[in-house]
Ligand binder design. Structure first.
Ligand SMILES: [Mg+2]
Length: 194
């Protein structure tokens, strides 16, 4: 990939916890490719091993699965277990904690990026608002609706020159399309009765 697309292309890899610290020398061979980051190279929740690995490789370690909240993030940064943070609101329990994770990382000069894949427009809209915060300096993987859905339950998000527009409306910034929502609804439960 590096040879084919040249030095200017930002490249990152995601190991999804596939390695152990015993693979450190193997992973160090990735340094020569000038990667933006290697995501979650080692087993989940092993901040100590990630810190040991980061000592031995120059590719920035990015944590995903290992970070469950802002406190984990602060610990990981303090022990140099990661130099990039992946923020997924669903992983950390919602947007308030996602914002705190961003704030902790940003205060320490650690870049963050917003992960996300299978959300409908209902999740995609607030992910975009989150990803517009100042610490999100690396490309996110919030994609166009059409990458996953032939039809969404909101107005579709469309990529323009690699960018998505943050919806300006109040709340999550977007509302479901009643007709589409009705057609895709498989079950309905009323949680509150008046
Ligand atoms: Mg990941």
């Amino acid at each position: 990939m590096r040879e084919r697309f040249g030095e200017a292309l930002p490249l990152q890899v995601d190991a999804n916890t596939a390695y152990t610290l015993a693979d450190a020398e193997h992973l160090r061979r990735l340094d020569e490719f000038g990667l933006l980051l290697i995501e979650e190279p080692l087993e989940e929740d092993n901040l100590y091993a990630h810190a040991r690995l980061q000592q031995r490789i120059s590719t920035p370690v990015c944590l995903d699965e290992s970070l469950h909240n802002a406190r984990d993030t602060a610990s990981a940064i303090a022990m140099d277990a990661c130099r990039v943070v992946n923020v997924k609101p669903a992983r950390v329990g919602g947007y308030l904690e996602a914002r705190r994770v961003h704030d902790v990382a940003h205060a320490h000069g650690v870049p963050v990026w917003c992960g996300g894949m299978l959300e409908t427009g209902i999740g995609r809209a607030p992910n975009l608002a989150l990803a517009a915060l100042p610490g999100f300096t690396l490309p996110g993987d919030t994609s166009a609706s059409s990458r996953y859905f032939a039809e969404d339950i909101t107005e579709p998000f469309v990529l323009e020159d690699g960018h998505l527009t943050v919806p300006p409306g109040p709340g999550i910034g977007i509302a479901p399309l009643p007709d589409a929502l009705r057609r895709f609804t498989r079950e309905r439960r009323d949680l509150f009765r008046r």
